[in-house]
Design a protein around this ligand. Structure first.
Ligand SMILES: Nc1ncnc2c1ncn2[C@@H]1O[C@H](COP(=O)(O)OP(=O)(O)O)[C@@H](O)[C@H]1O
Ligand SMILES: [Mg+2]
Length: 317
């Protein structure tokens, strides 16, 4: 249970590890020893509480996976467009965005943009229009299934165009449980819940878990909460340790061993249009997201899976 986090065996000391990671990231020579999932993993990053680290975790986990050789799509489903900003993907009002996909049935392929400076990473941006989608969707047919259909179609297109399957799709949700988040939950196989290690951390989680339960019963039987990520962990406070313990008691093995520390570098990165992975690759925040991504990639998946996901390319078996 308390064995050290994975990957540590490669590096002897924290400093050596930080330096080695920084050099590898800067020179784009990162190890690609992470397992390729047997099928595209679609994860919804959700927590209806704002400011718990959904967006930060989405973009940094995505970047960390991509740096380690996997191909990853981030779907920005928050009208704020913070994930798009952090990934330096245009999202002013003229840009085709997730809004057009959900409301006008525009193919996701016309919306997805490559993330600058990150090989293997793409982003479907969100514009402010998306705020209206929450209401516009109410009267539309199969309103909860829009995103799932768009992503399913896109998985095939992506594989054809890029000659390689997407390994991960990470969906960044708004801080609510409305139709946008519902679309994300219907689209995904897994829910990743970031939890900020603060007072009231678990409050409101019941509502999210009930919603996931309802979606599983009614709309998407394959959905499950696979991953909990502790964020903004302040190792100096007893409170953070208490919250972490409580979360681990409740969710057990689903809680990643790596907690993301509170770090100024993490919060600075988006204002430079960067993830912390490129902004300061040797920082504690970057290293933690790297470790968390490795844990995520090494999770044991339940058998079965979405029928609409492309199988792994034969050469990768
Ligand atoms: N590990 C961290 N250390 C310091 N600040 C963080 C960390 N993670 C997130 N933040 C900051 O906290 C705020 C909320 O994070 P964000 O990812 O936007 O949350 P959410 O998407 O859940 O609303 C942002 O200003 C972000 O930069
Ligand atoms: Mg956010």
């Amino acid at each position: 249970m308390s064995e050290p986090t994975t990957g540590g065996e490669v590096f002897d000391t924290p400093l050596a590890r930080a330096a080695e990671v920084a050099v590898a990231v800067k020179s784009r020579r990162f190890g690609d020893d992470l397992p390729i999932p047997p099928r595209t993993r679609v994860l919804t990053v959700a927590n209806q509480k704002g400011g718990v680290g959904k967006t930060t975790s989405t973009v940094n986990l995505a970047a960390a996976l991509a740096l380690q050789g996997l191909s990853v799509l981030v779907v920005d489903l928050d009208p704020q467009g913070n994930a798009s900003t952090a990934l330096s993907v245009d999202h002013h009002s003229e840009v085709p965005s997730v809004y057009d996909v959900l409301i006008d049935g525009r193919p996701l392929a016309e919306v997805v943009a490559p993330v600058p400076d990150h090989e293997g990473l793409w982003c479907a941006p969100a514009t402010l229009d998306l705020a209206g989608a929450e209401i516009e969707l109410v009267s539309s047919v199969a309103r909860e299934h829009k995103l799932r259909r768009a992503v399913s179609t896109y998985l095939d297109v992506h594989q054809r165009v890029h000659g390689r399957r997407l390994d991960y799709v990470l969906i960044d949700c708004p801080p609510s449980l409305g139709l946008l988040t519902l679309n994300a939950l219907v689209c995904a196989d897994e829910v990743l819940i970031p939890i900020q290690c603060e007072y009231y951390a678990l409050e409101g989680l019941g509502q999210l878990l009930r919603t996931v339960g309802l979606v599983t019963e009614e709309l998407n039987p394959g959905l499950h909460v696979s991953t909990i990520l502790l964020t903004m962990y302040d190792a100096r406070t007893r409170l953070a340790a208490q919250v972490a313990e409580e979360v681990r008691e409740h969710f057990g093995e689903r809680v990643l061993r790596t907690a993301i520390p509170r770090s100024v570098r993490v919060s600075e990165a988006p204002s430079y249009g960067q993830t912390v992975m490129t902004y300061d690759p040797g920082s504690s925040g970057a290293l933690s997201y790297l470790e968390a991504a490795r844990e995520l990639a090494r999770q044991v998946l339940p058998a079965g899976g979405r029928e609409d996901a492309a199988p792994a390319a034969p050469s990768e078996g």
